[in-house]
Design a protein around this ligand. Structure first.
Ligand code: IMP
Ligand code: MG
Length: 183
């Protein structure tokens, strides 16, 4: 589904699918070079990171394992609660692994900052973050993010894995949700 299919639910289209895929190729090339000869593990944060993980992992020129973590932070609202709960933990032992966390978006940064703390004691050789989107003006805590796709304004966005109340994840583009949808 493209943004043009649900125009009345959306305001601006911030990033198109074409722009996302081009950016993923660019970042995949950087990651491949940075992790050459290293034991890389991609960790995706469900469910928002499903699309970016699928396309990013396939843009890499090497075999790479993927693992998933499910945490809750937003519920059905549009503001981060800061309360993070693990709903599904990793299946992989991180000892000696070079972990790259793949995230859809860094908004307040609270979820990732919590996740980084949680991972710190698991014996990984290194932990870095790749976020497709980042809202710099919404940051409540600083999160070191080595790879960033696009910096966007603080508006609530949907698409490419990002949802509002479990909807719009299968929209191919990233767009600002029209306020009439949630108010
Ligand atoms: P943070 O803890 O505020 O950085 O946000 C963490 C999670 O909230 C992200 O991984 C997303 O799943 C979700 N989120 C943040 N901003 C948005 C948005 O604009 N649209 C949809 N989901 C969002
Ligand atoms: Mg979400």
């Amino acid at each position: 589904m493209r943004a043009t299919d649900i125009e009345s639910d959306l305001n601006d289209v911030l990033v198109t699918e074409e722009q996302i895929l081009a950016k993923l190729d660019e970042i995949a090339a950087r990651v491949a070079a940075d992790y050459e000869g290293k034991d890389l593990l991609l960790v995706g944060v469900l469910k928002g990171a499903v699309m970016v993980m699928a396309d990013f992992a396939r843009a890499l020129p090497t075999l790479v394992p993927m693992d998933w973590m499910a945490v809750s932070s937003y519920g059905a609202g549009t503001k981060s609660s800061g309360v993070v709960q693990i709903r599904k933990d990793l299946d992989t032992d991180l000892t000696g692994k070079h972990v790259l966390i793949v995230e859809d978006i860094i908004d307040s940064g609270l979820t990732l900052s919590w996740l980084l703390d949680n991972f710190a004691s698991r014996g990984a050789a290194s932990i870095e973050v790749f976020a497709l989107l980042r809202k710099p003006e919404a940051a409540k805590v600083h999160v070191e993010c080595k790879y960033v796709g696009f910096d966007i304004p603080t508006d609530f966005v949907v698409g490419y894995g990002l949802d509002y109340d479990e909807r719009y994840r299968n929209l191919r583009d990233v767009a600002v949700l029209a306020p009439h949808v949630y108010s």
